[in-house]
Ligand binder design. Sequence first.
Ligand SMILES: *Cc1c(COP(=O)(O)O)cnc(C)c1O
Length: 322
Amino acid sequence: MSLALPTFDDVVRASETLKGVAHRTPVMTSATADRQTGAKLFFKCENLQRMGAFKFRGGYNAIANLTPEQKKTGVLTYSSGNHAQAIALAGKLHNVATIILMPEDAPAAKKAATEGYGATVVTYDRYTQSREDIARQMQEQTGMILIPPYDHKDVISGQGTAAKELFEEVGELDYLLVCLGGGGLLAGSALAAKALSPGCKVYGVEPELGNDGQRSFRSGEIVTITPPKSIADGALTPYLGQLTFGVIKRDVTDILTVTDAQLVETMKFFAERMKIVVEPTGCLGAAAVMKGELNVPPGARVGVILSGGNVDLKQYGELLSA
Ligand SMILES: *Cc1c(COP(=O)(O)O)cnc(C)c1O
């Protein structure tokens, strides 16, 4: 079976669609982080993106590419949080109705923000129910268009625009570290890297307990795991997508894992030293290089995507003070 994988041209088109709509987020540096790693780190701050994560890029791009009839019918999706908010906000900006399937245990702030953007939220139990099955049923009943969180050409292309901006701003890099859930951000970033910085080694980073991506990458087949428990709630996907894996297998160097304890230390670093709020999932890439899971040579130029900043304040406070 050959799948039509997204290309860098799709990422370029997405960046045109997002021009003036998505924030061109800042790239931050830190003398402390550089001293600690011996490298030169460039943090692409998607925690400062609209709705608080890069997912706005893919969600907006996917809705923008619907036909007028499809827009009239409305959009349906499932998400543990940030894709939900992305679709809800993008739906509002396009004047398209949205229904979001969300796990019961998703962070309260994410549920509230999603409803705040005008979406209808329906909850399910992610340990006993399949969100794909529920979504399929609802799709049949309502005729709404399903925009999945990562395995979709326009979603992947939209997510790739963050890395595209990073390379445009800082030039070529030796390494790029990307948070990995279902692989939309990693696949899009890899497309941008291959085109704009061909020598750059691209790594995906996922929670140690949710290492389906690493196992898939190393075995060459998509591996499915039982939904993991980790504070990285945006990376609890049990398997990669067909499209995302197709790009990842071809264009990514390797997939690494970090522990929850390493994520907490990294989150504290961002709060204390850089004065920015980064959610646990958003710390995956940074933790890999700052906690030594990836050793880079002295002076290496390392790009790190900070994927999001949506935290439940109560949980954030508890993790910071632990
Ligand atoms: C969704 C999400 C990820 C993972 O993105 P994928 O495209 O599913 O791999 C990483 N970080 C944050 C903050 C997210 O919301």
